[in-house]
Design a protein. Structure first.
Length: 161
């Protein structure tokens, strides 16, 4: 199997496993809207469900579920095409796209299974809370950051060559 697809399979298997395992655990172990303080005034485990996108965007729209499912499916297809087009030496790009792919898939599974996404990681500074998120969201954010880093290095490589 091609290295790019090995990366996609490995990263996706790990992220999807951790994402779904943690969501099932939170759903079974905690009542909805409950909180466990992990680091006072900084980090909690807080069980919430998000019907929308980041920050609850489109949470009350009648079209939200078909829209988010369609967008996730488009993202998955586009990422598969992008991975296929990578050069064999573009390992960081393959990891980055694999993280975004698995994050999109993890939240897509929730949307199809539950009609909403389970979030539980609650970072905050005293009473100033960032919206709760999950492993899939984290994978997407890390993937986007690493992809930007890869694009920067790729541009530097091109200007040197």
């Amino acid at each position: 199997m091609d290295k790019r697809y090995q990366i996609l399979a490995g990263v996706s298997a790990l992220v999807l496993f951790l994402d779904q395992l943690t969501k099932v655990f939170i759903d079974q172990a905690m009542p909805l809207h409950s909180t466990i303080t992990v680091i006072r005034n900084f980090f909690n485990i807080s069980y919430v469900r998000n019907k929308g996108a980041a920050f609850g965007i489109l949470a009350n729209s009648a079209y939200r579920l078909p829209f988010f499912i369609l967008i996730s499916l488009i993202a998955v297809v586009v990422i598969c095409i992008a991975i296929r087009k990578l050069r064999p030496d573009q390992t960081l790009a393959a990891v980055s796209l694999s993280l975004i792919f698995s994050g999109a898939l993890g939240n897509l599974i929730d949307r199809i299974r539950l009609g909403e996404v389970i979030d539980f990681l609650d970072a905050h500074w005293y009473e100033h809370h960032w919206p709760a998120f999950n492993i899939a969201d984290s994978a997407i954010c890390v993937g986007v950051f690493l992809l930007a880093l890869d694009m920067y290095f790729e541009e530097k490589r091109k200007t040197k060559g």
